[in-house]
Design a protein around this ligand. Structure first.
Ligand SMILES: Cc1cc2nc3c(=O)[nH]c(=O)nc-3n(C[C@H](O)[C@H](O)[C@H](O)COP(=O)(O)O)c2cc1C
Ligand code: SF4
Length: 521
């Protein structure tokens, strides 16, 4: 009997040698005359254990990792195809604490299925949501998404159902669904993992969105730095189309929905929804004035749903298991689960999907295992490069949109980047301003000019020049950027800057002669 062996083809696993491991497993099995079926799955998101090799045994899947190509003969000697003991044995995959204590709804199949098998996807609950949604009217689909409490995972946490309702009610002969897979935030990889590990979940979610609002075409805007994701996802579209889940008649319903993957332009601002639409139309990624909202006049001036990838890939489970099931996870007005991306100076970085409400401390200490360097924790930045820096005293803040707003932070796309005590927060503040200056689309003055002046002011503070006066000036400039910027790039840049000032004032007040080590890049 052919044993199934899983070696991830996810970019994170490939970056630490998964391809060499897969080649070694195939070669060693052939040399020994053993029949195996090599499955190139997505990552389970336990990055410190990659390449994580799994073997399917009668008792379930058994994991080994991190495996190097040189370990492969030894694994065969230890009879790993039957789950045999070896120094790299991690035991049953599902029993690994990091994974066991998660609540995976959006990522439920990621790392488990063959990403490019329509049937494997079906065998793990796939296509059921679409099947259910196709029996409902557009208004009913939208109502159930609204009731589920799903909010956009791309940044602002805007209710997905309300956005969809606006598109549904906008009269037009042509409407679109656009998936934002630009994923520009620091320390984030959830979108990429899904495209590489469970691409059909996005296809299913987008088809449900299209059917709901009467959009017959969809686009997925994938950041250009994700060649593996682009390749896998493009192939998944072809397979879904061949199997009748996309095309002129989705699952034989007579409703059309076609999908196309497009490579992004390589600028952070192209993740902002209106700029993304400009880019999709073949123009420079310049932010549009709002109103009109993209839901009314979006792609090519037509009503358009623009959602983050995780938001869309979460939709199938709402219809597979029911909106009540989804709504019952979470806290307050943050319903369901959040795929959190744990990165930076942390021992066990990876993907943790938990219901909203988990605290930063649980994440960093229980899942992350503290800093990778072993040095004391100093700061954590949540929500990408425009998110606030939190000190130790705020680690008990629960992951919840409102709780984060209350402490002047944001959940964003769920990226959590940890820093040890060598971080210099004044330098990080300068970096935030510089990032804005580099990535600004240039359309409005507070962001275009303000960020450049901001870098200069922070540099003067760091150099100890007229510190009090420059701190006042910086505060003024931040208020102006907050209030006067056209989009959230300029409007959010003050968050990392002001949080650094508020929580780490000493870093702005150090002796001129002794600048601490830099960790901004
Ligand atoms: C500068 C900037 C960059 C952004 N980058 C992304 C991104 O990479 N991915 C994303 O989904 N949303 C990004 N957003 C948010 C989008 O504008 C938009 O709100 C989101 O795609 C809507 O989807 P959602 O409702 O599902 O969150 C960005 C916003 C700004 C201001
Ligand atoms: S805030 Fe910056 S990125 Fe946004 S529109 Fe203004 S110049 Fe462009």
């Amino acid at each position: 009997m052919s044993v199934r062996v899983f070696v991830p083809i996810d970019a994170a696993a490939l970056s630490v040698g998964a391809q060499q491991v897969a080649d070694a497993v195939a070669a060693e099995a052939a040399r020994r005359g053993l029949a195996i079926t090599l499955v190139r799955n997505g990552s389970r998101g336990l990055f410190w254990l990659e390449p994580l090799v799994e073997v399917e045994t009668p008792a379930g899947r058994v994991a080994y990792g991190p495996v190097a190509a040189a370990d492969v003969p030894g694994l065969f000697d230890a009879d790993f195809l039957a789950g045999g003991a070896h120094a790299l044995t991690l035991g049953p995959t599902e029993e690994i604490e990091y994974l066991k204590r998660q609540e995976r709804l959006t990522f439920v199949r990621c790392g488990i299925v063959d990403p490019l098998s329509v049937d494997d996807y079906r065998a793990h609950g796939g296509w059921k949501g679409l099947e259910t949604a196709l029996k409902l009217s557009g208004a009913e689909i939208v109502e159930q998404v609204t009731q589920s409490g799903l909010r956009g995972r791309g940044g602002a946490g805007f209710p997905t159902g309300i956005k969809w309702r606006t598109v549904l009610n906008a009269p037009a002969a042509q409407k679109y669904v656009v998936c934002n897979a630009d994923e520009g935030d620091s320390g984030t990889f959830a979108d990429r993992m899904l495209m590489e590990g469970d691409p059909f979940s996005l296809i299913e979610g987008m088809a449900i969105a299209g059917v709901a609002v009467g959009a017959t075409e969809g686009y997925v805007y994938i950041r250009s730095e994700y060649p593996h994701a682009f390749r896998t996802f493009s192939r998944a579209i072809e397979l879904a189309e061949a199997a009748g889940f996309l095309g002129a008649s989705v699952m034989g319903s007579g409703k059309a929905f076609r999908l196309e993957a497009r490579l992004g332009a390589g600028a952070y601002i192209c993740g902002e929804e209106t700029s993304l639409l400009e880019s999709l139309e073949g123009k420079r990624g310049l932010v549009r004035f709002k109103p009109p909202l993209p839901a009314i006049q979006g792609l090519f001036g037509k009503p358009t749903i623009v959602n983050n990838l995780v938001s869309l890939a979460t939709v199938p489970v709402i219809f597979e298991k029911g909106w009540e099931f989804y709504r019952d996870f979470g806290m307050g007005r943050s319903r369901g689960t959040l795929p959190i991306q744990l990165a930076g100076n942390v021992k066990r970085g990876g993907l943790v999907e938990r219901a909203f409400g988990i605290t930063l401390r649980e994440l960093i200490e229980d899942y992350g295992g503290g800093t990778a360097s072993g040095r004391p924790f100093r700061a954590v930045q949540v929500g990408g490069p425009l998110g606030a820096y939190f000190p130790e005293s705020l680690l008990d803040t629960p992951l919840d949109y409102e709780a984060f707003t209350a402490v002047k932070g944001m959940v964003g796309h769920g990226g959590v980047v940890v820093f040890d005590d060598r971080v210099d927060l004044a330098e990080q503040a300068r970096f935030a301003m510089e990032f804005c200056a580099i990535e600004s689309c240039g359309k409005c003055t507070p962001c275009r000019i303000g960020s450049t002046r901001g870098v200069e002011v922070i540099e003067r503070i760091i150099a100890g020049q007229d510190r009090a006066k420059n701190l006042e000036l910086l505060d003024d400039l931040c208020t102006l950027m907050l209030d006067g910027s056209l989009c959230a790039l300029g409007g959010l840049t003050p968050y990392p800057v002001l949080s650094a000032l508020q929580h780490f004032p000493d870093d702005f007040d150090r002796p001129v002669a002794a600048p601490p080590a830099r960790a901004a890049e």
